[in-house]
Design a protein around this ligand. Structure first.
Ligand code: PMP
Length: 285
């Protein structure tokens, strides 16, 4: 992704894509002092743009830094990046990080915090899984306790185990991995939340050890509007067998049907398809 034409917004300037670099002694690179957002722009409008900007600032605060830009400035930066690249339908990546500076140790309060926004065209995150259902591995890594890491922060440090889990899944021919949390409860995928259907009702893990995604909240709202009962609760691994349908939610994933998790199979059923289609409509209104 580094060698292409285009512009990236960095600390208030639009810079050439290939020149959007950081120094090797950037604190974030050594100690994961970085937070980010994944957003999608549909027909010129970023879905839940404000909520994403607010979450970015909150994520920074949760890992102990203040992004030196306001919500309004972040909103303007995203628009500027989209316009500079002539994009109306795109993925938008905002990232904030502790830079290089006075300190090179773990403590880095004197190093400046930076912000960048890049955007590019990004189709279906799970390829053709949208039609036939994604195949998921079961990760050996567990989502950490909220006492180990701030699970509501979209912080780079939390993605180390996600990348390892997804690599292991891909090596087995799967598109992603489902992760358990530190207690052994069903949690989420590596970059998306998870839902199950049984007897016309929906079950999804309580978001107490992983990111409560904006798409997750949107989909719960859609289901409740249709008077579908949504149980946000503890889901044990041995329950997987009893669920009929399963889907993932996330900005990149949107609503992606799941066909298989480990040895368990799910049908891409009516509710999965309806919710997926309704979400696609909603983001374009
Ligand atoms: N969990 C993780 C770990 C994620 O990376 C994402 C994607 N941001 C989500 C859940 C879904 O969040 P959202 O719906 O806000 O994109």
């Amino acid at each position: 992704y580094d060698d292409r034409d285009g512009k990236i917004w960095m600390d208030g300037q639009l810079v050439d894509w290939r020149a959007a670099n950081v120094h090797i002694l950037t604190h974030a690179m050594h100690y994961a002092s970085s937070v980010f957002e994944g957003e999608r722009c549909y027909s010129g409008k970023i879905f839940k743009s404000l909520e994403h900007s607010e979450r970015l600032i909150k994520s920074g605060q949760l890992i102990d830094f203040q992004i030196p830009f306001t919500v309004d400035e972040i909103e303007a930066a995203k628009i500027a990046a989209l316009e500079a690249n002539g994009l109306t339908d795109a993925y938008v990546r905002a990232v904030a990080w502790r830079g290089a500076g006075e300190d090179m140790g773990v403590a880095s309060a004197r190093n400046p915090v930076h912000l960048a926004v890049a955007c590019w065209e990004w189709g279906n995150y799970y390829g053709d899984a949208k039609m036939k259902g994604a195949k998921l591995d079961i990760a050996k890594w567990k989502r950490p306790s909220p006492e180990t890491a701030p699970s509501q922060a979209k912080a780079a440090g939390l993605y180390m185990i996600a990348t390892m889990s997804k690599h292991a899944a891909e090596a087995k021919g799967c598109s992603d991995a489902m992760m358990f949390d530190y207690r052994g409860y069903v949690a989420e995928a590596t970059g998306a939340n998870i839902f199950f259907v049984k007897d016309g009702e929906v079950h999804t893990p309580k978001a107490d050890a992983f990111l409560n995604g904006l798409t997750r909240q949107t989909v719960i709202g859609m289901l409740e509007k249709h008077q579908v009962k949504v149980h946000e609760r503890v889901i044990m691994p041995d329950e997987l067998e009893s669920f009929e349908q399963c889907w993932l939610t996330g900005t990149a994933a949107e609503v992606t049907p799941v066909g298989q998790i480990g040895d368990y199979n799910f049908e891409v059923g009516t509710m999965t398809r309806d919710i997926s289609e309704e979400y696609e409509k909603l983001v374009r209104t």
